[in-house]
Design a protein around this ligand. Structure first.
Ligand SMILES: [Zn+2]
Length: 130
């Protein structure tokens, strides 16, 4: 399922949405918080610009909101239903999960966002800008 050419691959690995050849991020580990937003300007393989326009990644905030809601619901169900936690405990589990996963959520939001606009192109070498 997770192979080059699928959007999921680019979203989960943070690779260039056009050629899937390299990571968009300078530091691949999102838990190195100081580097969380440090991205390459463009892909060194296909030349795709990552910041398509100024403040392009502001839109990723909407995605991150939706993702946060999804994570919260998942955390709640796991704590409340599977671990039989009280409502109060479940609430803290949600907050804790959101905080711990935040670096990952932020990155995945950006990856999803850029994948809305740029599609994988298996012929990227041919269409490479000189
Ligand atoms: Zn590329």
């Amino acid at each position: 399922m997770l192979k080059k050419g699928s959007k999921l691959y680019s979203i989960l690995t943070g690779t260039c949405p056009r050629c899937h050849e390299e990571s968009m991020y300078i530091d691949k580990n999102p838990f190195h918080l100081g580097n969380i937003y440090k991205m390459h300007e463009k892909c060194s393989h296909c030349g795709q610009l990552y910041k398509i326009e100024p403040s392009f990644f502001y839109g990723a905030m909407y995605v991150s909101y939706a993702l946060g809601v999804a994570v919260s619901i998942a955390a709640f169900i796991i704590a409340f239903v599977f671990f039989d936690a009280s409502l109060k405990t479940s609430f803290f589990v949600i907050i804790g999960t959101l905080i711990v996963l935040m670096p990952v959520t932020m990155r995945i939001s950006r990856n999803i966002w850029i994948n809305f606009f740029i599609n994988y192109n298996k012929d990227w070498e041919k269409s490479k800008k000189a």
